[in-house]
Design a protein around this ligand. Sequence first.
Ligand code: TTP
Ligand code: MG
Length: 361
Amino acid sequence: MIHSWNNVIFHIDMDSFFASVESSKRPELKGLPLVIGSDPKSGSGRGVVSTCSYEARRFGIHSAMPISKAYRLCPDAVFLPVNSKLYKEVSDRIMRILQSYADRFEQVSIDEAYLDMSSKVCDHTTATKFATQIKNKVVETEGITCSVGVAPGKTVAKIASDHDKPNGLTIVQPTEVKQFLAPLPVAKIPGIGKKTEQILKQMHIKDIGELADADIQILMNKFGKHAISMKSIANGIDVRELKDKTEVKSISKEDTFDFDTNDVDKIDSVLMSLCEDVHRTMLRKQFLFRTVTIKVRFKDFTTYTRASTLPFTTNDLETIKKCSRDLMQEFIHKDEFRLIGVGITKLEKIDRKQTLITDFI
Ligand code: TTP
Ligand code: MG
């Protein structure tokens, strides 16, 4: 188990995000029960609640609740429609702020992100300093509060950010991970939903401490291989790295022939060289791929694309070559080629610690 501050992950989640954005734009809404969702139509509306302010939560209103029920619980609440464009703009600005603090950064949803702060944080004091700085910066620039969880791994950081909402800061020191988790209900572990919680309850496992001590064989009989990650998280073992979701969505290369051609050998040799170019770039940028695409433009400029998706991610050159050759088959001998291209998509950044998860078995 990790007992030093080598790995420091912050999980940051905005408080009642859509509602906070609205009341930051219209300060007269601050402190009021505010519900964001579809029109309640005086109780006959058929949509759902997107989110609501903490004041509205006191009436029992929550996300995904029918808007008609929210109206019954608090007819005096302010009901506003969802303004997705505005929330996305605010989110983009907040994410840029968060990213500027981190060694590595992973945005998880519109209002939450993981920050790898390992090179900056070495103890409780520096963790507090950076978390406070970040919270203040978000309030200053966007007028909304967030909750921060600090831990040696992603899952515990996420559980910690939720621990003291809203406007919370929960730091779980490396030596305290197991103690922090032990008394919490198992449902606090992301991925443990109502069904799993119910089965665990029948096994007399209610809190995370009990899950941490449970017999792995018995758990595996019930949950298969998921039991391994469940038990390791319960024990505070969490080696998932941040996924850098860079802007790179695909890597592709294309080439226009000097003269339109239907020479099969020539087409194949250019195709193979494009595969090699794509492969080189992919290795340099440290990606794996799952989909191979090709592009064909005939001499009359009609253009086709085809794609082939694998059941696994890989970085294998021969796979790129084989998939693109297979995809090219339908076009060979059809007409003279003007241009061909090869690409890979469904990219994933290589995760250096990926294998460690299976090491646990
Ligand atoms: P959350 O972070 O889950 O919720 P929240 O930010 O509103 O409140 P909390 O303080 O508990 O974090 O979701 C972020 C936004 O995503 C939320 O403001 C609205 C939207 N959302 C929906 O539209 N529907 C849903 O069911 C949920 C859960 C969220
Ligand atoms: Mg939130």
